[in-house]
Design a protein around this ligand. Structure first.
Ligand code: SAM
Length: 310
């Protein structure tokens, strides 16, 4: 029995109704020119109309076959392949181009740029007290550290980093990136789970970007508590989390990521991130965001030991 029932959907009406950006219209029109049924099914899914299992699978299959970004996300939502894809866009399919053009995609690149600026400031602050060792936990390729080192600290032997990631391919690619940036002598790349990582030396700065976004509050607290002993007294921590503004300002991108690719994020306001820091025993100092306000980046310090007694 063929139960492939669906309603015809007008792209212009859909985009107007939800006040979507032009890139939503562009991607739907390109899908329509290739496969009108899939376009109708995607809009129907957004409108929460009932779809059969086959229709759901056909949408997913279309995205996997027509977008490198979608296939990579489905295979492993938290892979650095996905973030790297947005840092250095090269793919040419219309769906992949949509991700580059969307606010959600642009915010990831902006997060990298703001992270690098703030990391540079933190390093300079800590350099006043002596040598600086950075721990980039879940660092992926370590692009942020590589860029900052190769821009500002190539000749400075007082700044070093350890980029910890459990993904062997991220580690391999990171080493190549550091080599190309002329800073391979300043960064170690252990392939390791940072929850089991045994540091030989304490870090002066820990950064954790794009790691907590899908995790619930209590898990985030547990992770930060667990890594706290890796930080030296007076050390700084910089941690990112996705903010609710992404859902408000770019719901179509999140719809693709979560409803089609199955990547669910836990959006946290700045106050929630602050509370995670405090519950884990850090002093909250300040935060910054990417240019879209889609990611909060908290900066804190490890509490001085004597505070325990007051
Ligand atoms: C979305 S990527 C972000 C990479 C990088 N921090 C960035 O901002 O581009 C998340 C990375 O965290 C790594 N990761 C997640 N949990 C980890 C763990 N427990 N130990 C080591 N790496 C982890 C993943 O392998 C992945 O490379």
């Amino acid at each position: 029995m063929n139960n492939d029932n669906y309603e015809k959907q007008s792209i212009d009406e859909f985009v107007k109704k939800f006040n979507f950006d032009a890139c939503v219209s562009d991607v739907l029109k390109s899908i329509e020119s290739d496969n009108e049924r899939i376009k109708d099914l995607v809009i129907s899914k957004y409108l929460k109309l009932s779809l059969s299992g086959k229709q759901e699978e056909d949408i997913l299959d279309y995205f996997i076959n027509n977008s490198v970004f979608s296939a990579a996300t489905l295979a492993n939502p938290s892979t650095s392949v996905v973030t790297e894809f947005l840092y250095d866009p090269k793919a040419s399919s219309p769906i992949d181009k949509y991700f580059f053009a969307s606010k959600g995609g642009a915010a990831i690149l902006s997060r990298l740029i703001r992270t690098e600026e703030n990391l540079h400031l933190l390093i300079d602050e800590h350099l006043k007290d002596g040598k600086v060792l950075i721990g980039n936990l879940g660092g992926g390729l370590g692009r942020d550290v590589v860029n900052v080192f190769s821009r500002y600290y190539r000749e400075n032997n007082n700044v070093m980093a350890i980029n910890v990631d459990k993904d062997k391919n991220a580690i391999k690619r990171g080493k190549r990136m550091a080599e190309a940036g002329g800073v391979i002598d300043k960064i170690e790349f252990p392939e390791s789970n940072f929850m089991r990582y045994k540091a030989k030396e304490k870090f002066n700065i820990i950064i954790m970007v794009g790691v907590l976004c899908a995790l619930p509050f209590d898990t985030c607290v547990a992770i930060l508590k667990h890594i706290k002993p890796l930080l030296a007294k007076g050390g700084s921590i910089m941690v990112s989390n996705v903010a609710p503004k992404m859902l408000e300002d770019d719901p179509f991108t999140y719809f693709i990521m979560s409803n089609i690719m199955g990547w669910n994020l836990i959006f946290k306001e700045e106050e929630v991130l602050k509370s995670i820091f405090e519950k884990a025993g850090f002093i909250w100092e300040k935060s910054f965001t990417d240019d879209f306000g889609f990611h909060n980046m908290g900066i804190g310090k490890v509490k001085k030991t004597f505070l325990k007694y007051f």
